[in-house]
Write a protein of this length. Structure first.
Length: 277
């Protein structure tokens, strides 16, 4: 099946400190730890977090033993947060009804997976999807940079980027970023525009694009202290921005026997190679 996305669309991306992305990263860190010890581990781990609490839930069958609570704390700290979390875990072994399908070399479930590619960009993704992820990546880079000329000291982990295309041309760029207290909005707009947005725009786009930076005016509270997060709630950010259908399954915390992940990866691989050929 072939899709052609509209010339009028809006897509978004988020940084590592966004509540949903925190959960995605913890889910995958736990998965990675198990696969390192036992490549045949069957893992389905979801995270719910918010307001000082974090819940780990799922099904794991593995020869390996890992401290998933400590893994969660390490991921949270490495993202850049220092507040303490009360963590509870509810893990059981994989359902025998699901295991029957996997034991024979098959998948544990059925599902719907979409693969998509376009020749618009070298990444085989729509221009807006590529740009919005680059904006989010630059937020991360400017926050973590060791170069004094590049680093933006007041940047904090939570953030979201968004772009709108109208008639195939870039119309609006929006960057919302968590920041340290006592930083004036004028400085935030100036630094984000200069160091995050403008380096990614073409000369003509700099003259015509509408730029919005922290439009609510204040973004000091972020991450779990501001909002709840859930594994798999950014499936459109993780795929094609909502420009084509999505089967509904997320990728994180799932081993390759879960077709929500492996099937979606293969569908994308096929689509990229069809377009490239």
């Amino acid at each position: 099946m072939f899709y052609k996305h509209s010339n009028n669309y809006t897509v978004e991306s988020v940084t590592s400190g966004h509540p949903d992305k925190i959960c995605d990263q913890i889910s995958d860190a736990i998965l990675d730890a198990y696969l390192t010890l036992d490549p045949k581990s069957r893992v389905a781990v979801e995270i719910f977090g918010g307001h000082g609490k974090l819940v780990i839930g799922g099904e794991i069958t593995s020869k390996g033993k890992v401290d998933y609570v400590q893994i969660a704390r390490n991921v949270y700290k490495n993202i850049g947060y220092t507040d303490k979390l009360k963590i509870s875990a509810h893990i059981v072994t994989q359902s025998p009804d699901i295991a029957m399908g996997v034991d024979t070399g098959g998948a544990g479930d059925q599902g719907i997976m979409y693969g998509y590619a376009t020749d618009e960009t070298p990444e085989f993704l729509p221009k807006g999807v590529v740009l919005v992820h680059k904006l989010a990546k630059r937020l991360e880079e400017m926050r973590k940079s060791t170069d004094k000329n590049k680093k933006i000291k007041w940047l904090k982990p939570d953030g979201k980027t968004q772009v709108t295309y109208t008639n195939g041309k870039l119309h609006t760029v929006l960057v919302s970023t968590q920041h340290a207290p006592n930083i004036k909005l004028e400085e935030i707009k100036k630094e984000i525009t200069k160091k995050i947005i403008n380096p990614l725009l073409a000369p003509i786009e700099k003259k015509t694009v509408k730029i919005l930076v922290n439009p609510t005016g204040h973004f000091v509270q972020g991450g779990f202290s501001a909002d709840t997060g859930l594994t798999g709630r950014k499936i459109m950010v993780d795929t094609y921005g909502g420009l084509i259908p999505h089967g509904g399954g997320c990728f994180y915390g799932k081993d390759a026997t879960k077709v929500d992940r492996s099937g979606a990866y293969m569908a994308r691989y096929v689509a990229k190679n069809l377009v490239a050929t």
